[in-house]
Design a protein around this ligand. Structure first.
Ligand SMILES: Nc1ncnc2c1ncn2[C@@H]1O[C@H](COP(=O)(O)OP(=O)(O)OP(=O)(O)O)[C@@H](O)[C@H]1O
Ligand SMILES: [Mg+2]
Length: 349
């Protein structure tokens, strides 16, 4: 009872503002919002449709099916804010939706950011959240939050490795004694894989498909390593020569081939991270392995592929899509302990 009362007075939120999805955890309560990071606007005026409610799930449903006067916009790309105005509107909507009823105060917000974020991009995160209604903003590295969220013993003097393959970025990190000892942050993730599928279909089948269709195909048929039973499916698109709609038959082997470059980039990031580790830490990883999370880790046989390429045992987290927000919620529960490691909006000039 007292705990609930204290939490009521605290009003702290954990926000995983992802390129593909935004998740919000309310300290003391758990996950209160999980929506696509998407906004549908009227072209020209850039007014949000449906009286300001075409955000998240509603906007995602419209993607690829709108008349010319409407655009469905993702305010983030490759892990960072690219459309400040719409990101702020989206955040204001999400924060309002996550607000417990009856509360009038502004929340303090912990936000997860990629390791490759520049000072300018970081400033944009602070500003967007403050303008969207946050009282104070702290930042935490996505990989650290993910490692905490998947339950790794990061405070111990032993190496823990996490690989978060998101929509826009892949974060790799080795942690020991609650600190990142080596890590990489690359702007490759599910979106890059979708672009690779679009390119493949254009090159090999003269077929033009949209990114949402490529994503569906990748989720249905994609894999990182040979499957026990390879699969075949039909994909519809526009013939690049005739301009007419038609179908093509594609196999899971072809999609795997299409994903070659982005998968290679992820392996390179893991290898570079291992390169930055001392022999003792590397030895820990050989026995403990690494944990995969983020939606991109749901690509079939990703764990096996990583093990083949790096020699490290790899496993996918039990809840890969919520690992980051779960880790941030744990930080908020133990804020006194974590606060010195967080970047705060109060520290900005
Ligand atoms: N079953 C699945 N198989 C393959 N990929 C999937 C699956 N489910 C989701 N994804 C992919 O996961 C990605 C989204 O993952 P996630 O929500 O972790 O990203 P994000 O946190 O929004 O992005 P980032 O952290 O890079 O900013 C999308 O590219 C989506 O296509
Ligand atoms: Mg993410």
């Amino acid at each position: 009872m007292l705990h609930r009362l204290l939490n009521y007075f605290r009003y702290d939120l954990a926000v995983d503002l992802g390129t593909a999805n935004t998740l919000i955890g309310l300290a003391g309560e758990g996950l209160v919002l999980n929506e696509p990071s998407v906004v549908a606007v009227e072209q020209g005026t850039r007014r949000i449709l449906s009286g300001g409610c075409a955000v998240g799930h509603l906007a995602k449903q419209m993607q690829g099916r709108t008349p010319e006067s409407i655009s469905v916009v993702r305010p983030l790309a490759r892990g960072v804010i690219t459309d400040y105005e719409l990101c702020e509107s989206m955040l204001r909507y999400f924060l309002r939706k996550a607000k417990p009823p009856g509360l009038r105060r502004k929340p303090r917000v912990l936000v997860a950011v990629p390791g490759c974020i520049t000072p300018v991009e970081r400033r944009a995160v602070f500003n967007s959240f403050q303008r969207a209604g946050a009282r104070q903003v702290w930042l935490i590295g996505e990989a650290t939050a993910a490692a905490i969220g998947v339950g790794m013993p990061i405070a111990e003097p032993v190496a823990s490795m996490v690989v978060d393959v998101g929509g826009g970025t892949t974060e790799t990190a080795v942690l020991s004694l609650a600190d990142v000892v080596a890590g990489e942050s690359i702007r490759t993730g599910g979106d890059e894989m979708d672009r690779a599928v679009v390119d493949y279909l254009k090159r090999h089948y003269s077929l033009r498909v949209g990114l949402p269709a490529a994503e569906r195909l990748r989720i249905e048929l994609g894999s990182a390593y040979p499957l026990d039973e390879e699969q075949v499916t039909q994909i519809s698109g526009i013939d690049t020569v005739s301009g007419l709609p038609r179908q093509a038959t594609v196999t899971s082997e072809e999609i795997r081939q299409a994903l070659g470059d982005p998968l290679e980039a992820i392996i390179e990031a893991i290898k570079a991270t291992l390169d930055g580790c001392s022999p003792d830490l590397a030895a820990d990883l050989v026995s403990n392995g690494l944990v995969l999370c983020g939606g991109g880790s749901l690509l079939r046989r990703m764990d096996r592929f990583i093990t083949e390429q790096t020699g490290l045992p790899a496993r996918v987290a039990a809840e890969p899509l919520t690992a980051v927000v779960a880790g941030m919620s744990i930080c908020l529960e133990h804020l006194d302990r974590w606060r010195p490691t967080l970047q705060s909006s109060d520290d900005e000039p």
